[in-house]
Design a binder for this molecule. Structure first.
Ligand code: UDP
Ligand code: MG
Length: 327
């Protein structure tokens, strides 16, 4: 089987107002780059609006579209993983549905890949239409992350990137549930380069990343790539040990001086401080333990409910693929 030249993978969650425009712009760029030799994998991540209906209709008229419907909302990173598992192209272009990242950057990325890169990622030099809080938190997050993790995750990048087949095969072979895909791609290594661009405002709809999701995402990123937080226990232990020694000297002096009646305040402070440190450290250990527990169940990452594609070749190929895996 000859491989598809290019796969475009787009996770979509409640993007009913943007999907058609996305389809129009991405199709135009793909045509210019590879002619007819591309597929567009649209993943509906359990949207509660008409996103799936629109995708299905688009797939009826455009043979390039493979519309994938997940069984429920699995979250951005898992929806993207589902699309990446489906992609059959030699090169894989990842883009968000909201057109904040310009698909027109593809030709430039393709050129860099022609030069031998395995991953070409977009790096934001400017972000439009996002709140000052979002920009500031993203800025702080990427800098904190790089201090915490042991690999080099490029600053100010999203999942907007072009990947080679061999890089994607490595990514697809990583089984973890708590996925921070841009970090996992950095972990792969090979030649990875940045293309700078200005991030636009959303074409339609609003962000699907409220603060709570952003915090979970940040925790996934840090715990997924670093065990440094676990070492906080030893650091606290060390400093509190020193403080305890000093306190003991003080307490004993007070005892020998016969001034041991007062001291309720200091006692209360010590108990409170130690108690909160212990809870904090137990929380960190719990965070890792929880992840271990989830991974140990070995459940699939996502569940696909329907696939819509009007290209007969797609169905033939997937039949023969399943026969191969059955035999
Ligand atoms: N998304 C998704 N599932 C979710 C949340 C988001 O598939 O649970 C998709 C969303 O439709 C978009 C991409 O992930 O294509 C990035 O989301 P968004 O634009 O809301 O994030 P932001 O750009 O604000 O960080
Ligand atoms: Mg966005």
């Amino acid at each position: 089987m000859t491989r598809m030249g290019l796969s475009v993978v787009v996770p979509c969650y409640n993007e009913e107002d943007g999907v058609q425009e996305l389809h129009r712009r991405v199709s135009g760029v793909c045509h210019r780059c590879v002619g007819d030799n591309y597929e567009l994998v649209l993943v509906n991540d359990g949207s509660s609006d008409a996103t799936w209906k629109i995708m299905r209709e688009l797939s009826e008229t455009d043979k390039h579209i493979i519309a994938v419907n997940l069984s429920r909302n699995h979250g951005h990173q898992l929806a993207l993983s589902a699309g990446l598992q489906m992609a059959r192209g030699e090169r894989i272009f990842i883009i968000d549905a909201d057109l904040q990242d310009p698909p027109e950057l593809l030709p430039k990325m393709m050129e860099r890949m022609d030069d031998g890169c395995d991953v070409v990622f977009g790096q934001r030099i400017k972000r439009e239409g996002e709140t000052a809080f979002k920009k500031a938190s993203a800025y702080a997050f990427y800098r904190l992350l790089n201090r915490m993790v042991d690999i080099n995750i490029p600053q100010d990048t999203g999942d907007f990137r072009l990947m080679s087949r061999r890089a994607l095969d490595v990514l697809n072979s990583m089984p973890e549930h708590h996925r921070f895909i841009r970090g996992m791609v950095s972990w792969i290594g090979m030649r990875q380069e940045a293309v700078p661009y200005e991030r636009a405002a959303r074409f339609a709809g609003e962000t699907k990343y409220p603060l709570s999701k952003m915090i979970r995402f940040a925790i996934d990123a840090i715990t997924g790539f670093s065990v440094r937080p676990l070492r906080i226990a030893s650091v606290f232990g060390f400093y509190f040990g020193i403080a305890t020694l000093i306190l003991m000297v003080y307490v004993l002096t007070q005892y020998f001086l016969g001034q041991t009646v007062e001291g309720w305040t200091s006692l209360a402070v010590i108990i409170l401080a130690l108690g909160s440190v212990q809870l904090f450290v137990a929380g960190i250990i719990g965070e890792y333990l929880g992840r271990l527990y989830i991974e140990s169940k070995g459940r699939p990452l996502f569940v696909i409910q329907d696939i819509a594609c009007s290209n007969e070749l797609f169905h033939k190929n997937s039949d023969s693929n399943s026969k191969v895996s059955e035999s």
